[in-house]
Write a protein that binds this ligand. Structure first.
Ligand SMILES: *Cc1c(COP(=O)(O)O)cnc(C)c1O
Length: 397
């Protein structure tokens, strides 16, 4: 009973197909505040709501279950991903955690092999012991995916572009395989954002974001988001969200909504700065490999061109000779790029996956995936591209 009430509270897909994306980032799924005419959704910093009679209320009873600021954000992500339902969580990982709780011991999940280190840790160190089976594979190889599917396979989990190797997976092609075998397809869309790529339109069943990154966009909040169309799975996820309770607070929901309002403008700049940084790295003698979907020799450049609007601001590269000491010298000399984990904020960041974001991945798995000693991952921000290129130039040369 209570679950469907939760669902009916959601302004499902408001104006979804009418507005253009750049308008939806500002208005998508938003309801005008009637109390005082506030233009921004207020931060409803409350745990509970008055009832006029026992059980009679205005759709909100307790903030773990429903909160108006969170709803505004949940409707926003639903609108941006062309979805019927949106859900917001306390972090990207708690959003993935909720998705994993849809499954039961014995179920098998096939996942991209070079995925976000925290997702890898959640799969292998937490959920494996509850009986879920994970198979990590290079999902660029579609024949391999088909071969891995058994009667127990329930989910294919894809990150694209992947972290940190910037591999691109063909969402539409994997979705066809999943549909044929009646398996769900989930996509971690953190690196692309719905501005560059909308997985549900390409056939995925569930899309998830670490809103911490590009969506909130200012490195000041940890938040997770899910969007989907299937009513039954949505009901299950709302049930899990309320039962496990990993919801985001109203202030974090507000900050993320505020960030989303400039998503399109920021992404355009992340992408054009990314292009300039690529052009610089590409002529640098000390740089060995470059991983960026816009590179014509990137193994899935054509897939990226088809499924992404632009190529994004995430670029990884290695140094000639593959020496860790080069990494240390490089990161010490940078003045504009900041050495820090995370990505997707307005400021440019540099990360060394082997010792930072992917340190929790066993060395042999890291090496198999190409995460070498000198692999560097750049999150290109929206500063002036001349300063970014000069900074890299001074630190490398
Ligand atoms: C950061 C990140 C996550 C985890 O999100 P948190 O908000 O840090 O919990 C998951 N997937 C990707 C691709 C990420 O970059």
């Amino acid at each position: 009973m209570y679950i469907s009430r939760t669902l009916s509270n959601h302004a499902r897909g408001i104006n979804n197909r009418i507005m253009k994306f750049n308008t939806k980032v500002i208005h998508g799924g938003q309801i005008k505040e009637k109390g005082y005419g506030a233009v921004m959704p207020p931060i409803y910093q409350t745990s509970t709501y008055v009832q006029s009679e026992p059980g009679v209320h205005q759709g909100y009873e307790y903030s773990r279950t429903q909160n108006p600021t969170r709803h505004a954000l949940e409707n926003s992500i639903a609108s941006l991903e062309n979805a019927k339902y949106g859900l917001a969580f306390s972090s990207g990982l708690s959003a993935i955690d909720a998705i994993l709780k849809l499954f039961k011991p014995g179920d098998e999940i096939i996942s991209t092999h070079d995925l976000y280190g925290g997702s890898y840790r959640l799969f292998n160190k937490i959920y494996k012991k509850y009986g879920l089976k994970f198979i990590f594979e290079d999902l660029k190889n579609l024949e391999k995916v088909e071969k891995l599917i058994t009667s127990k396979t329930k989910l294919v989990w894809v990150e694209t572009p992947t972290n940190p190797m910037i591999n691109v997976i063909d969402i539409a092609a994997i979705s066809e395989i999943c549909k044929k075998n009646k398996i769900l397809l989930g996509v971690d869309n953190t690196f692309s954002t719905p501005y560059l790529q909308r997985p549900l339109d390409l056939g995925a069943d569930i899309v998830m974001h670490s809103g911490t990154k590009y969506l909130a966009g200012h490195s000041d909040v940890i938040i997770g988001l899910i969007a989907l169309n299937d009513e039954k799975i949505a009901e299950n996820l709302f049930f899990i969200q309320n039962s496990s309770g990993a919801i985001c607070g109203p202030m974090d929901a507000f900050l993320t909504l505020r960030g989303i309002k400039t998503l399109h403008v920021r992404m355009d700049r992340h992408c054009s700065n990314g292009e300039k940084v690529f052009e610089f790295l590409n002529q640098c003698k000390k740089v060995d490999k470059i991983y960026w979907p816009g590179l014509e020799s990137h193994p899935n450049h054509l897939v990226a061109k088809r499924q992404m609007k632009k190529f994004g601001g995430m670029i990884s590269f290695t140094f000639v000779n593959n020496m860790y000491s080069d990494v240390v010298n490089f990161t010490k000399k940078l003045k504009v790029f900041t050495l820090a984990e995370s990505l997707g904020g307005v400021e440019s960041l540099v990360n060394h996956p082997a010792t930072m974001t992917h340190a929790s991945m066993p060395k042999k798995d890291r090496e198999r995936n190409g995460i070498t000693e000198s692999l560097i991952r750049l999150s290109v921000g929206i500063e002036d591209s001349i300063d970014l290129v000069n900074d890299l130039d001074k630190a490398i040369n």
